[in-house]
Design a protein around this ligand. Structure first.
Ligand SMILES: NC(=O)c1ccc[n+]([C@@H]2O[C@H](COP(=O)([O-])OP(=O)(O)OC[C@H]3O[C@@H](n4cnc5c(N)ncnc54)[C@H](OP(=O)(O)O)[C@@H]3O)[C@@H](O)[C@H]2O)c1
Length: 349
C-alpha cells in the first residue's frame, strides 16, 4: 500500500505575480489514484501557461489557492495507481493531473500523458521535449497537414514552443518564416533554421511576409500570440491556408474573445483550433468534458516520431538555461517579460 509523501514544493498562496505569491512549502503528495503515477521529479520546464494559472487569468484551468502549479514533470515513476503499474521504475515526462502540481519533488502525473524517455536522452532534454515538440507535431502534422514545399509562418519563434516548431517545419520539408520580439531572437530563429526571420515588434509584419512569399501568403500559420498578431496574421494567409490558433500570449486576458470569421471567408483560408492533451478514451472525454482530444496511442506514435528525429539529430531540444529549484519564480518573471529564448529547465536533483 503506497502512502502519502511529504515533498518540498512551490505553492501559490494567492493569485498574482509569481515572484510575490509563490512560497516554498512542504506539501502532502497523495498516493496515485487509478490511471495516475507518482513521479520523483528530477527536472521540469517553465511554461508560459504556468504564469497564467498563477495569475488567475487562464480560463482553461482556473484554480483557487493554495495549489502547486507546474504543468510538466520529468523523473522516475515511484509508484502507480491501478492500470498504470507497468510504468513503475520508468523514466518519463508527462503532464501532472489537472495540469498542475509539477513544481514539487514528487508529482502526481496522469498516466495517459506519461511518455517514456530513452536511456540516450538526459533528464534535461527529456524535460524540454514534451509540450514544444508534441504540440508542434500535433499542430503541423495532425491539424494543418503540412506538406513538403509549403510555407509556414511561426510566431514567437524563439520561444519554448516556437523554437521546436521552426525545427519541425524544416524537418517536414517546409519553408519557415519566423517572427520574434527583438533582434537577438530574430537571429536565434535564423540559427534554428528559419529561412526568413522578422522582428514583429517593429511595425507590421504582414508586408514582410507578403514580400517573402511574392505576394502569395503562407500555407500555414502557427499562432501562439493572439490579439493584434492574430488579426494581422489573417492578412498573411494564402489561398487554402490553415491558421492554427494555439495560444494567446499577447491577449490572455481576452482568452475566448470571438474572432470575426469574415477574413477567413473572403480569404478562403481555414481557422483551426489546437489543444494538446491526450485521452485514454477520446469518446468519453468528448461526452463528459466536451473536448476532442487525441488518444494516448496517437501520442505515443507522435513521441516515437519525435524521438526518431532527435536520435538522428535532425531536431534537438532548445535549452538555454538550467536553474536550481529555488530560482523558479525569477525564471517565470523573465519568461513573462519576454526575456527568455528556448526553454528554461529547473533541476531538483
Ligand atoms: N494549445 C495548447 O494545447 C498549448 C499547450 C502548451 C502551450 N501553448 C501555448 O504555447 C505558447 C508558448 O508557450 P511557451 O511556454 O513556450 O512560452 P514562450 O514561447 O517561451 O513565451 C511566450 C512568448 O510569447 C511572445 N509574446 C508575444 N506577446 C507577448 C506578451 N504580451 N507577453 C509575453 N509574451 C509575449 C514572447 O516572444 P516574443 O518576445 O518573441 O514576442 C514570449 O517569449 C503559449 O501561448 C501557450 O499558451 C498552447
Amino acid at each position: 500500500m503506497t502512502d502519502t509523501l511529504k515533498a518540498s514544493a512551490w505553492v501559490a498562496t494567492a493569485l498574482g505575480d509569481p515572484t510575490k505569491v509563490l512560497a516554498r512549502q512542504a506539501v502532502d503528495v497523495p498516493a496515485p489514484a487509478a490511471g495516475e503515477v507518482r513521479v520523483e521529479v528530477s527536472t521540469f520546464c517553465v511554461n508560459f501557461n504556468d504564469t497564467d494559472i498563477v495569475r488567475g487569468r487562464w480560463a482553461t484551468v482556473p484554480l483557487q489557492p493554495p495549489f502547486t502549479p507546474g504543468m510538466e514533470a520529468m523523473g522516475v515513476v515511484e509508484s502507480a495507481g491501478p492500470g498504470a503499474e507497468h510504468l513503475v521504475g520508468r523514466r518519463i515526462v508527462g503532464i501532472p493531473a489537472g495540469a498542475h502540481g509539477g513544481f514539487a519533488e514528487y508529482a502526481i502525473v496522469d498516466a495517459t500523458s506519461a511518455m517514456p524517455i530513452p536511456d540516450w536522452m538526459s533528464d534535461t532534454d527529456g524535460a524540454a521535449l514534451h509540450y514544444p515538440f508534441h504540440l508542434g507535431w500535433f499542430g503541423l502534422v495532425e491539424r494543418a497537414r503540412v506538406e513538403q514545399g509549403e510555407t509556414i509562418l511561426v510566431h514567437a519563434g524563439a520561444g519554448g514552443v516556437g523554437s521546436a516548431v521552426i525545427q519541425l517545419g524544416k524537418a517536414l520539408g517546409a519553408r519557415v518564416i519566423a517572427t520574434a520580439g527583438n533582434s537577438d531572437k530574430v537571429e536565434f530563429c535564423r540559427d534554428l533554421g528559419a529561412d526568413v526571420s522578422i522582428n514583429y515588434r517593429q511595425g507590421g509584419f504582414s508586408e514582410a511576409v507578403s514580400d517573402a512569399t511574392l505576394g502569395a501568403g503562407v500555407d500555414v500559420a502557427f499562432d501562439t500570440v493572439g490579439g493584434s498578431v492574430t488579426a494581422e496574421t489573417f492578412r498573411c494567409m494564402g489561398m487554402n491556408g490553415r491558421h492554427l490558433i494555439v495560444g494567446y500570449a499577447e491577449d490572455i486576458a481576452n482568452d475566448g474573445t470571438p474572432i470575426t470569421p469574415a477574413p477567413a471567408v473572403y480569404g478562403n483560408f481555414s481557422l483551426l483550433g489546437v489543444c494538446l492533451a491526450y485521452s485514454m478514451d477520446p469518446l468519453a472525454t468528448r461526452l463528459t468534458v466536451g473536448m476532442n482530444l487525441p488518444s494516448r496511442s496517437e501520442g505515443l506514435e507522435i513521441h516515437r516520431r519525435i524521438l526518431g528525429l532527435m536520435r538522428d539529430e535532425t531536431i534537438h531540444t532548445v535549452v538555454t538555461s538550467e536553474i536550481p529549484f529555488g530560482e523558479l519564480p525569477a525564471a517565470m518573471e523573465r519568461q513573462e517579460r519576454r526575456e527568455t529564448m528556448g526553454r528554461t529547465v529547473v533541476k531538483l536533483r
